[in-house]
Design a protein. Structure first.
Length: 260
């Protein structure tokens, strides 16, 4: 039986009926295209639906709380205090202009991350960006590496949103294509030089004909919104309804927001 939940983006959820529960969604886009705001939409939706949610981010967690309040009009502090939302940072691993060659996580990191998900009964995961988990230098091993990571993520039984920077090298394009093969839904956010923005659905499992790109804008207090009048929010669906990394030790998740 098909089980869906809302992504948290009103115009997308209205057009597609949401995303598949306990399955991953991949969102690709260049810097400034809106990937992190989309991630915050997904986190906000999880909180509204009473899910346990975790967001792992390359941003400073405090900065994200400010962005969410100013741009989306949503305050996460109460949800964090109550333990309904967890914000974790990639400690000391911040994106740089050449981060495709320098971002990395050691193998034990995923085990640590999985333990947090299991012990906190997390059902919604947002990883912004997923690049440190999947980027390795060895081209011949990349396919198996991506497959293993995605299978491990699916075994966790979480609804996941993964963001990925727009690829800029042949290896990065290969990585993007491998990830898209493993997910039921793949999106691309794009901003044109003149400022217009679009969301393109590159893949949606079960759909053979996909609509043209959906234009959107970023509104203060609303976040990502259709350039057309916002449709009414749908009812909550029911159950029926890279590159290789150099690292000097285990990952440290900075987590001032992880409640005790």
């Amino acid at each position: 039986m098909i089980d869906k939940t809302r992504l948290g983006l009103a115009f997308f959820d209205m057009a597609y009926g949401g995303v598949y529960r306990k399955r991953p969604v991949l969102c690709t886009g260049h810097q400034g295209s809106g990937k992190t705001l989309l991630a915050l939409h997904a986190l906000m939706q999880a909180v509204k639906e009473g899910e346990q949610a975790l967001m792992l981010t390359s941003w400073h967690a405090n900065d994200l709380v400010i962005v969410a309040e100013k741009t989306l009009g949503f305050g996460f502090e109460e949800a964090i205090t109550r333990g309904h939302a967890i914000l974790l940072e990639y400690a000391g691993i911040m994106p740089t202009p050449d981060f495709e060659k320098n971002v990395t996580l050691p193998p034990a990191s995923f085990t640590e991350f999985m333990q947090i998900v299991e012990t906190r009964s997390v059902t919604r995961v947002i990883i912004d960006t997923v690049l440190p988990w999947v980027a390795i230098r060895q081209k011949e091993r990349l396919s198996l590496h991506v497959y293993s990571f995605m299978q491990a993520l699916e075994r966790m039984g979480v609804t996941a949103l993964l963001t990925l920077p727009k690829p800029v090298s042949p290896l990065a394009f290969m990585l993007k294509n491998l990830l898209e093969e493993q997910v039921p839904i793949a999106l691309t956010l794009k901003q044109e030089p003149e400022g217009s923005r679009t969301l393109t659905v590159n893949k949606y499992l079960g759909e053979t004909v996909l609509p043209p790109p959906l234009p959107f804008e970023i509104r203060k207090g609303t976040g990502l919104a259709s350039v057309k009048p916002d449709p009414a929010s749908p009812g909550a669906p029911g159950k029926d309804g890279g590159s290789d990394v150099k690292s000097s030790g285990p990952i440290r998740f900075a987590s001032a927001f992880r409640s005790s």
